[in-house]
Design a protein around this ligand. Sequence first.
Ligand SMILES: [Zn+2]
Length: 271
Amino acid sequence: MRYIEPHAHMVSRTTDDYQAMVVAGCAAVCEPAFWAGFDRSSAAGFYDYFCQLTEHEPRRAAKFGLPHYCWLCINPKEAEDVKLAQDVVALMPQFLERSNVLGIGEIGLNKNSRNELKVLELHVDLAARQNQLILVHTPHLEDKLKGTRLILDVLKADGRIKPERCLIDHVEEHTVKMVLDQGFWAGMTLYPETKCTAARAVDMIERYGSERLWMNSACDWGVSVPLAVPYAAQELRRRGHDAATIDRLVYQNPKRFLSQCSKFKLIEPTV
Ligand SMILES: [Zn+2]
């Protein structure tokens, strides 16, 4: 099989993970900017992180023959400090031009606070001005439904933003319909403990169709499974879905969304 891992924090993973992903059929990996597990103390910390995402990590992935793309932002978990966020957003334009950067993400909300909303609007404005794709993180611990509503309202309030160029990630049973009905793409995150299991993801696919959905592992420095997408493909197979359906979900769909950025290129396998 072939698949695209559209959401993985590879700076936190080992080379063994790269090896396993490639052997499982991974054709490209995309890495949104994320919280480091601790708060960075200055914009300079983000400057170094953006260099890591655009210079070092693509070289590490290339050793395994894997194309590496990334998304840039200050993550909602660090968005309480609006001055820091403004400084980081000011750093971003120079990096957005780099060859492996797909857009702005993962932006969104964590605790649905006023400051987080302000920082979300800063990012959305930058994306609109520079015609960038948007990848959105929806809250896990606080109220996901409320957070998702607030995020969709911010995106819809900006007339420059096209829903088909935004992906709303970490959807669950109570948010997926709202996201799809309003024309956005939806991402399902496959986590062993929190978020969504493969069985729940397949239930949602069977209920809501597979047109504007993708699945990802969102593997990071915490409990997570880098091969969650191929494992979900196995669950799809077990439940009788054919090879074409599986290929659409794990390869064609992410390719279709990500190809809206002209920098996203895949080398088609020649077997
Ligand atoms: Zn993430």
